[in-house]
Design a protein around this ligand. Structure first.
Ligand code: ITT
Length: 196
């Protein structure tokens, strides 16, 4: 039987990207599909701790194997911001456009536009937690391009490409993406630990 895991997220973009990497190897159930309506708090000062918080809240609630992920955009010239605040950079409403506007405004006049996306996956399997990390380096451009994807995708070009993530299909984004790299480690771990 295929391993089933609850994915502790309310972000459907993340689910679509991960499903495209995982394919049929594992069965992922979203919070919505599991009938869980909860806005999981992310109160901590690191991606690692927030990822752990999300998976442990859902694990306590369901007692089932599950995983979560927390992702941040870390901009070198902004000392790693927006980082752990990526979703709420311009306020509690999690408005993608306002977040981009704030990011671009804060980068005006800065020569160094290097940035990276960092994804932390927290897996709880048989009551034990495991963490996996994926990083994608690139740069922030001055004007947004493309309308696919989500979040900061229209202003981020990964190293090795001349397109923004928002100009790519999910499959193209997965060639470079932080989330794909972390997800592959998750898949590898699940296979090695006999849950396949
Ligand atoms: P969950 O906590 O429910 O999983 P969320 O959207 O709140 O969903 P995060 O706390 O991880 O997720 O927030 C990360 C924010 O960073 C997200 O809202 C986007 O603005 C941005 N982000 C994350 N991954 C991204 C990606 O692949 N491309 C562009 N922006 C991304």
């Amino acid at each position: 039987m295929r391993t089933t895991l609850i994915f502790a997220t309310n972000n459907q973009h993340k689910v679509d990207e991960m499903r495209s990497v995982i394919g049929n190897e594992f069965n992922i159930i979203t919070l919505r599909e599991a009938g869980i309506d909860i806005d999981i708090p992310e109160p901590h000062d690191s991606l690692e701790k927030n990822a752990s918080e999300k998976s442990s809240v859902i694990h306590q609630l369901t007692k089932q194997n599950c995983f979560s992920e927390d992702t941040g955009l870390e901009v070198i010239a902004l000392n790693g911001e927006p980082g752990v605040m990526s979703a709420r950079y311009a306020g509690k409403t999690k408005d993608f456009q306002k977040n981009i506007d704030k990011l671009l405004a804060n980068l005006v006049g800065k020569d160094d536009r290097h940035a990276q996306f960092r994804t932390l996956i927290s897996l709880i399997l048989d009551n034990k937690e495991y963490l996996f990390e994926g990083i994608c380096e690139g740069k922030i451009i001055t004007d947004q391009k493309g309308n696919k994807g989500f979040g900061y995708d229209p202003v981020f070009i990964p190293n090795g490409s001349n397109k923004t993530f928002a100009e790519m299909t999910i499959e193209e984004k997965n060639v470079f993406s932080h989330r794909r790299k972390a997800t592959e480690q998750l898949i590898q771990f699940l296979k090695e630990n006999g849950t396949h």
